[in-house]
Design a protein around this ligand. Structure first.
Ligand code: ZN
Length: 241
């Protein structure tokens, strides 16, 4: 039974309606990485009434997380992010099924049951592993990244856009720049995480035309750029699928 009053502001949108809200309630979303991107993304997805939200992270909350990672407070420092995040989100909407995943094995096992996966991680190793698993399981991947004053978001879905993450970023073995070294201003992570949640909701509502584009944002210049994604026919991740 859908709580119509709770979701009234989005149900009134013609693109959502009761049918769309029911589709969201029937959806299973896997979100990997409960940091600066994952916190706002999880909050908006839980708030939107996603039926099952699976949350994966192995880290604990640190004091340096608090400026950006909006699900945590000082009392959470030292706790596992998964546990702290679930505690927060349960208080947002107790009807959302929340599942915590504490290992890479559990995360990969959850992949095949997901309607969409959000990559909110912060390193290439995790991104390539998630991409390969999504390609194999044929699950759309909403990828986000943020550093300094810049962010980017894209949906990789072989059935819609015809490309995967590795088509755009070949695995050269390089280490990704880390916010730990390069820095980040908190709201940039918030915007990118919110955008990931938005794209995931649009996918779940059947707005498949949102796939196939890379959104690049420069907060200092205040501009968004949109590029079309093209499949690499030699991509080692997806060319054999
Ligand atoms: Zn590819």
């Amino acid at each position: 039974m859908t709580d119509l009053a709770r979701y009234a502001r989005q149900i009134v949108l013609p693109e959502v309606g009761v049918a769309g809200q029911t589709a969201l309630r029937d959806s299973r979303v896997l979100l990997v990485g409960l940091g600066g991107l994952g916190c706002p993304a999880a909050r908006y997805l839980a708030g939107a009434g996603i039926g099952t939200l699976m949350l994966a992270d192995r880290d604990r909350v640190e004091r340096s997380n608090l400026p950006r990672q909006t699900l945590y407070t000082e009392a959470d420092v030292g706790r596992l992010k998964v546990d702290a995040a679930i505690g927060h989100l349960q208080r947002v909407d107790a009807s959302v099924q929340l599942q915590g995943l504490h290992s890479a094995e559990a995360t990969l096992a959850a992949m095949s049951g997901a309607d969409v996966v959000l990559d909110c991680t912060d390193n290439f190793e995790a991104r390539f592993a998630l991409n390969a698993a999504c390609v194999k399981a044929r699950v759309p991947l909403v990828s986000g990244a943020a550093i300094r004053w810049e962010g980017q978001v894209a949906i990789f879905d072989l059935s819609r856009s015809g490309s995967c993450y590795a088509c755009l970023y070949p695995d050269t073995g390089e280490r990704a720049e880390a916010c730990e070294d390069a820095g980040i201003i908190g709201p940039v992570a918030g915007v990118v995480g919110a955008m990931q949640a938005l794209l995931a909701l649009q996918l779940l509502l059947g707005q498949s035309d949102v796939a196939g584009r890379l959104h690049l944002w420069n907060a200092r210049r205040g501009d968004w750029r949109k590029l079309s994604l093209v499949r690499d026919i030699h991509c080692p991740h997806c060319s054999s699928t």
